[in-house]
Design a protein around this ligand. Structure first.
Ligand SMILES: [Zn+2]
Length: 648
C-alpha cells in the first residue's frame, strides 16, 4: 500500500528536476558520488540496515517532509521499487537473507524463532532464538569478506553473536580482518519510567547535600534495577525557573555532592552512563528527567534500557571502554504505550508523549552514531555493516494508526501521527550525515536496506483455535497443545507458519502416508475462516514450504504451510480464550507475505559504482549479498539465488 502514489504529481516534478540536475553534474564529472575511485584505491562498501523501514512509509515521508540526506541518496543514487524479503517477514529471517544471500531453508534462520534441532529429539513446541549465530547454517557476508583479507566491521549484525560461531568458517589467521560488536544478547535491562504516582515525593530528611536545606525540597527513593538511589527535587537558585527545576541523585544520603544532576525537558542531554547492578553484572543506562512540575513536583524520570556491549576482539575500536558504555538497544516503545509518558495521541494526548518516546530514540541514535564514528575514524575498512532499530520501534508504535488499509482507519489520527514517524526518519538523517561523509571521503558505495515493511493490525487471528474447531488440534486439561492428539498446529514462533505434526519430529503423530491428507484438511479449515463481525475471508493466501520460486518459505526449523491474512489481522498462537478473533489496540506489525505492498522493504544505493538518479525495479533481499560482493570485486558464488544490482 502506497497511499500517495497516485497523487504524486507535484513532488514528482521536483524530483525529476533534481534528477536532471544531478545527471548534469554527473556528466561534468562534478564531485561525489561521481568522483571516481582510482584503480589502486581500496573498494569499500557500507551496508546500513534500517530495521522496519517500509518502502511505503519511506516514500510517504519523503513526500511529506524534507530529509536532505535521504533525498540525496534518492537523487544521486539508485532506489529500488521496493524489496521482497523473507517469508515470514520477520527481522531475524530477513536479515539472515541480507547477510547470506540465501533463503531460510539454507541459512537455517527461518523466522525470529526456530524449532530446535535435531528434529528427532525435539517437538514442535520447543524453540530457540533466530537472532544468534548458533542457528546460522550458511556463511554470512562478513566471513566471506574477512576470508578474502578485507577488513570488515559488523556492528549489531543479527546472527553475529556469539562470536565463537564464526570459527566454523574462518581460519584463525583471517580473524584479524573481522571485527564484530553486538549488544543484542540476553544480557539486558528494559527501560522504565518513574513518576510521582509510582514514587511519591516526601519531605527531604537526613541528607548531606547542601541543596536539601533549600525550602520545600522533596525527596524520592528509587530502586534502579538492583540498586537503591535517592533523588532530591528542589528549586535551584541559579536556575531562573521559579519552583521545582532540578533533580539531584545520590546512591547514599551521606554523599556531600550529587552523582547525577538532571534538568527537566526534552532538549537537554541525557545523563552520563550510570552503572547499575543487574543479575548478570553491571549494565550502563542513562537517565532523563522528562518532566518536572514547578509547583507540585510531579515528574517523569526515565531510565533507559541497557544492553551489554561486547566486541569479538580487543582490537575493536573502543573495545576497552565498551563495558562502561551505555547502549539502550531500543527506544522506550513499551513505556510509551503503557501511558507513563502521558496520554498518547490515540488516547487524546497532544503529542508530548510521542515526543518523549522520540527522545529515547534520539538518545539511542546518538549512541549508534558514536559507535559508528569510531569505525569510520579508522578508515581501514572494506566493509562496514551497520544496524539501527529506530524505525522498527517507531513503526510498531504508530503504523497501526497510519496504515490507510486498516479497518477503522482514522485519517485525523493519522494526520496527527505522521509528523512523529517523520521525526523518527529524521533521526536517521543524523546517522546518514556521518555515513555519507565517510562514504564521500573514502569513495565507498553505500547501500541502505531494510528487513521488512510494516502493516497496521488491530485483530489477532487465533489460528490454533481455528485448528481446534476443525478437529485438528486438541488441548490438554491445562489448556496447552496436546501433541499426542494434535495433527496440525500454528507453531509457537510468533509468525505465520502452520505445521503438520508429522512423525519426522519428536512428538509427531501423523505418519508420512497421511501427511498430504492432513494438509488438505488444514487448507480447508483455514479457507472457510470468516470474520465473525463482517463475514470477510480471513486467510487470503496459503503457501507451502518450498525450495524453489520467489518466496521459498519453510525449512526443518519451521512449518509446512504459510498464510497471509486479511488487512488488519495478525496471527496468534494464543489458546487462553476460545474466540477465533481477539481485538487489540492498533499496532504496526510484520510477518505477512513479503510481496505484499505493505511488507516491501527498502533498497537504496549511492556511491562511485552506482548509476546516478536511477530507479531499479523491485529488488529481493537475496540480491544484497551478491551486490556487496560484486562492489567489493569478490566472486559471487554460482549457487547464490540472487544477482548483483550494481558493480562491474
Ligand atoms: Zn519489528
Amino acid at each position: 500500500m502506497q497511499p500517495n502514489h497516485s497523487r504524486a504529481s507535484g513532488p514528482a516534478i521536483v524530483l525529476s528536476t533534481v534528477m536532471l540536475l544531478s545527471a548534469l553534474l554527473w556528466a561534468q564529472g562534478c564531485t561525489s558520488p561521481g568522483q571516481r575511485r582510482s584503480r589502486e584505491e581500496t573498494r569499500r562498501v557500507i551496508l546500513f540496515s534500517w530495521d522496519g523501514a517500509a518502502d511505503w512509509t519511506l516514500r510517504e515521508v519523503l513526500e511529506r517532509t524534507e530529509l536532505p540526506n535521504l533525498q540525496r541518496l534518492v537523487d544521486e543514487g539508485a532506489l529500488a521499487d521496493g524489496m521482497v524479503s523473507s517469508f515470514p517477514t520477520k527481522t531475524a529471517a530477513a536479515h539472515a537473507m541480507l547477510w547470506t544471500g540465501r533463503y531460510g531453508h539454507q541459512s537455517g534462520i527461518t523466522a525470529n524463532s526456530l524449532l530446535l534441532e535435531p528434529a528427532a529429539d525435539h517437538t514442535r513446541l520447543e524453540t530457540q532464538s533466530g537472532f544468534f549465530s548458533d542457528g546460522l547454517k550458511a556463511e554470512p557476508l562478513w566471513v566471506t569478506t574477512a576470508r578474502a583479507g578485507l577488513t570488515t566491521y559488523a556492528l549489531h549484525a543479527t546472527q553475529s553473536y556469539p562470536y565463537e560461531a564464526t570459527e566454523r568458517w574462518l581460519r584463525p589467521g583471517s580473524f584479524d580482518h573481522l571485527q564484530m560488536m553486538n549488544a543484542y544478547t540476553p544480557i539486558s535491562r528494559s527501560p522504565s519510567a518513574f513518576t510521582e504516582r509510582s514514587h511519591p515525593p516526601a519531605s527531604a530528611s537526613g541528607w548531606s547535600v547542601p541543596q536539601a536545606q533549600f525550602p520545600g525540597a522533596r525527596e524520592i527513593s528509587l530502586q534502579l534495577d538492583e540498586d537503591f538511589w535517592w533523588g532530591l527535587l528542589f528549586d535551584d537558585p541559579d536556575d531562573p525557573t521559579i519552583g521545582f527545576d532540578t533533580l539531584g541523585l545520590v546512591t547514599s544520603k551521606e554523599s556531600r555532592a550529587f552523582d547525577v544532576v538532571l534538568k527537566p525537558g526534552l532538549d537537554t542531554a541525557p545523563s552520563k552512563p550510570i552503572g547499575l547492578t543487574h543479575e548478570r553484572g553491571t549494565l550502563y543506562s542513562t537517565l532523563r528527567l522528562l518532566d518536572l512540575g514547578a509547583t507540585d513536583a510531579s515528574y517523569i524520570l526515565f531510565l533507559s534500557g541497557a544492553k551489554f556491549l561486547s566486541a569479538s576482539s580487543p582490537l575493536y575500536p573502543g573495545a576497552a571502554g565498551l563495558a562502561t558504555e551505555a547502549y539502550a538497544g531500543n527506544g522506550a516503545g513499551g513505556v510509551y504505550e503503557s501511558g507513563a509518558f502521558g496520554a498518547t495521541i490515540p488516547q487524546g494526548g497532544g503529542g508530548t508523549a510521542e515526543d518523549r518516546f522520540l527522545v529515547t530514540l534520539a538518545d539511542l541514535t546518538g549512541q549508534l552514531r558514536d559507535q559508528a564514528r569510531r569505525i569510520f575514524d579508522r578508515r581501514d575498512y572494506s566493509l562496514v555493516i551497520l544496524y539501527s532499530p529506530v524505525l522498527d520501534d517507531a513503526s510498531h508504535a504508530w503504523v497501526g494508526y497510519l496504515d490507510p488499509a486498516m479497518p477503522g482507519h482514522d485519517p485525523a489520527l493519522a494526520a496527527a501521527l505522521w509528523p512523529k514517524l517523520e521525526a523518527a526518519y529524521r533521526l536517521h538523517e543524523i546517522l546518514l550525515e556521518d555515513v555519507l561523509k565517510a562514504a564521500e571521503r573514502d569513495h565507498a558505495n553505500l547501500l541502505v536496506v531494510s528487513d521488512h515493511g510494516m502493516a497496521g493490525t488491530n485483530r489477532l487471528l487465533n489460528l490454533n483455535i481455528a485448528l481446534e474447531q476443525a478437529g485438528l488440534l486438541t488441548r490438554t486439561a491445562e489448556g496447552a497443545i496436546d501433541l499426542g492428539r494434535t495433527r496440525a498446529l500454528h507453531l509457537p514462533l510468533s509468525e505465520v507458519s502452520i505445521a503438520i505434526n508429522s512423525t519426522d519430529r519428536a512428538g509427531g503423530i501423523v505418519p508420512p502416508g497421511e501427511r498430504q491428507a492432513v494438509l488438505v484438511e488444514v487448507r480447508e479449515a483455514l479457507l472457510i475462516l470468516r470474520d465473525p463481525e463482517t463475514g470477510q475471508q480471513l486467510i487470503t493466501g496459503i503457501y507451502e514450504s518450498s525450495t524453489a520460486g520467489p518466496l521459498q518459505p519453510g525449512g526443518v526449523t519451521s512449518g509446512d504451510l504459510f498464510v497471509d491474512l486479511a488487512p488488519g489481522f495478525y496471527p496468534s498462537d494464543r489458546l487462553d480464550q476460545d474466540q477465533l478473533v481477539t481485538i487489540t489496540t492498533p499496532k504496526g506489525n510484520h510477518g505477512m507475505l513479503p510481496t505484499r505492498q505493505d511488507m516491501l522493504a527498502i533498497f537504496l544505493a549511492w556511491g562511485p559504482d552506482i548509476p546516478p538518479a536511477t530507479r531499479w525495479p523491485q529488488a529481493r533481499s537475496i540480491d544484497v549479498t551478491p551486490t556487496v560482493l560484486e562492489l567489493l570485486g569478490l566472486p559471487v558464488p554460482d549457487d547464490l539465488p540472487g544477482r548483483p544490482l550494481a558493480g562491474d
